[in-house]
Design a protein around this ligand. Structure first.
Ligand code: C2E
Ligand code: CA
Ligand code: CA
Length: 605
């Protein structure tokens, strides 16, 4: 009771201060009104700026449209108008509780809206703000909310402004914490987050700068030979050397790359030293050879995302781009990147909209004089956007962009459906060769996926021969061995593709995983060129060796009668190439089988 009376007294004193009458507009002096306006207005502004900070940080797109600006500033604009022109009301209820009127309520509503939007952004958009910073801002808001709630229940305890102060203190502490920029793997470099912050700042300044990226070319080999620690050690030594030599911040950007952001003038100063680092890296050890690239911004990249795309693109082709000199990003590289991005979009669309089709290239069985099998080769239906794109071009892109598994599943499904629906077995087709990418074969779900598919169409795994192309580096060899073993147990057979290109492994041949070896055209064609005698020795020896290992051979790229004769004389069992047929769409392939079966029948009679 005592406490309750005290509250009423405080309220009354406050009321007198503002010369308020109960429930009536307060005609306070200009001075009181001004300070009240400043107090309440600045509270709202603080919350608004906090929201703005979080919003800008968590947005991918830094520029706002007029509509987006309007939505964001609407609550505070209304509140400010209310603060400037609204009535300064101050009520004391009959129960002794007092409350503010329209002006204050508008401000508090605006504050609540911004607090809510800030929390939404913090919880929903995890990019842009570090975990530590996000947590601190959330704690700060939490404290403000608790204190505001207490004030709501006990209006005379003016805690909400203390809450705002504490909230901002928390936010401030998170800014000031340098821990978030420390890299724990490469001690002499700042982390990726620091790089993102500085890069964004540089781009916003709209002043020219050079982004230098330094990457270890043979990182996979280095990791497989000495482990990941060795990569970090190499990067750290480089960062330490460059940091002290150039007096610039070095950033640890990716698992095997570090980088710098330099002004054009600074780049000119360090350019020759960078070239020297590149040269010595290569001479010292093939394993530690580097690719140093220089990207001029904003000339070639005017947003953070474009810088990142170009960096990833260079990273994905570093073995091809490797040179003795610094790689200066130019129009040509940008052109290739744009084309690749376009192809990526075409493939993505094809996956979503049934835009893939499978062509079949008949394989001729010499002894039986029939087409007993065929190779399934994927095609994109879309020939308009960029014209015809060879699988040789889009398969590696699909591999890099993690689309190959989905693509492989679609092809496999289409092959099984076609084999079943068109009853290819009745046409004498014993099996279809299906290409598997190096990435698919190291996916531990592969056996289940393929098995489910053959079960779905009620066909035997024996009607599919899996060709392994080693386009992607095989990192987890044991998974590949496990997958192949499981698939063989289930009845699938394997063919070693592209024998003779350097990708096929001689050591692999002896372990009995492959039933069929496909001789690449590069092994066959040179025999029929001028001075092809040596090439013939190589080809004959390969054929002889594979025969001795009791495996079947498919010769690829057979284009002439002369080649057919040469290969059949050496008892190569299967021939595939334009001499017999190009890859055909489903309908044409069926017509091809129909024509040839009839011919074979006629020959039998
Ligand atoms: P590959 O597996 O070595 O396929 C044989 C390629 O040689 C095919 O090219 C085929 O059209 C071509 N070819 C066949 N006979 C001849 C000939 O007599 N002369 C010439 N010049 N070329 C001939 P394609 O269809 O463009 O496929 C290229 C590569 O793309 C394939 O090489 C394979 O590595 C990959 N690929 C194709 N389809 C798939 C697929 O469904 N999945 C995966 N992972 N890779 C595929
Ligand atoms: Ca193949
Ligand atoms: Ca091949």
């Amino acid at each position: 009771m005592q406490k309750y009376r005290k509250e009423i007294i405080i309220a009354e004193i406050s009321t007198k201060m503002f010369r308020a009458k109960k429930g009536v507009d307060t005609r306070c002096s200009l001075e009181y009104r001004l300070f009240h306006q400043l107090f309440i207005g600045s509270l709202d502004c603080m919350v608004f700026f906090l929201f703005l900070y979080v919003d800008v940080k968590t947005r991918e797109q830094k520029r706002y449209t007029i509509r987006q600006i309007a939505v964001r500033v609407a609550p505070i604009s209304i509140a400010i108008v209310a603060v400037i022109f609204g009535k300064l009301e101050y009520h004391v209820g009959t129960d002794g509780r007092y409350s503010y009127g329209f002006m204050a309520m508008t401000v508090y509503s605006s504050m609540f809206i911004y607090i809510f939007m800030t929390m939404y952004k913090l919880i929903k958009c995890k990019e842009g703000l570090g975990e530590y910073e996000r947590r601190n801002i959330l704690y700060g808001i939490g404290i403000w909310e608790i204190l505001a709630l207490i004030q709501l229940l006990r209006p005379v305890w003016l805690l909400s402004s203390i809450g705002v102060a504490l909230m901002l203190l928390f936010v401030y502490l998170s800014f000031e914490n340098p821990r978030i920029y420390v890299d724990y793997e490469v001690a002499h470099a700042s982390n990726r987050r620091a790089f993102d912050v500085i890069l964004t700042e540089q781009i916003e300044k709209r002043k020219p700068f050079i982004f230098v990226n330094i990457t270890i070319i043979n990182d996979t080999l280095l990791r497989n030979t000495y482990g990941n620690q060795e990569i970090l050690k190499v990067l750290d030594e480089l960062a330490q050397y460059m940091g002290s030599e150039f007096r610039e911040t070095i950033y640890h950007i990716d698992k095997c790359s570090i980088g710098m952001i330099l002004s054009k003038a600074k780049f000119k100063l360090v350019e020759s030293c960078l070239a020297e680092i590149q040269r010595t890296g290569k001479e010292a050890d093939e394993l530690t050879s580097l690719l140093i690239s220089a990207l001029e911004c904003p000339r070639y990249a005017d947003t953070k995302d474009v810088v990142e795309n170009i960096r990833e693109f260079i990273e994905s082709r570093k073995t091809v781009l490797a040179a003795d000199e610094i790689l200066y990003v130019n129009e040509k590289i940008i052109g290739t990147l744009k084309k690749q991005e376009l192809i990526e979009r075409v493939v993505q669309k094809a996956l979503q909209e049934d835009g893939l089709e499978v062509y079949y290239q008949p394989i001729y069985a010499a002894k039986q004089n029939r087409f007993l099998s065929a190779e399934a080769l994927v095609r994109l239906k879309d020939r308009e956007t960029v014209g015809y794109i060879s699988p040789e071009v889009f398969i590696p892109i699909a591999e890099r962009c993690n689309m190959i598994e989905e693509l492989g599943e679609i092809v496999f499904d289409k092959v099984c459906r076609f084999y079943k629906e068109e009853r290819l077995a009745e046409w004498g087709v014993q099996y279809i060769e299906v290409n598997l990418s190096g990435k698919q074969i190291v996916n531990k779900n592969l056996p289940n996926t393929l098995l489910q598919c053959v079960k779905k169409y009620g066909i035997s795994p024996k009607v599919v021969n899996l060709e392994i192309t080693e386009t992607a580096a095989v990192k987890a060899e044991s998974i590949q061995i496990d997958n192949m073993r499981r698939l063989r147990e289930e009845g699938f057979d394997f063919s070693m593709d592209d024998f003779g290109t350097g990708y096929s492994n001689l050591a692999e041949m002896k372990n009995g995983n492959f039933d069929l070896i496909k001789l690449d055209k590069s092994l066959i064609w040179p025999c029929f060129e001028e001075n092809g005698a040596d090439a013939c020795v190589i080809l004959d020896t390969c054929i002889d060796m594979i025969h001795k290992l009791k495996k079947h051979i498919v010769a690829e790229g057979v284009e002439t009668r002369e080649q057919v004769q040469y290969l059949t004389e050496r008892e190569v069992s299967y021939l595939q190439g334009y001499y017999f047929s190009k890859p055909l769409d489903e309908k044409s392939y069926l017509a091809f089988l129909f024509a040839h079966e009839k011919k074979a029948d006629a020959e039998c009679i």
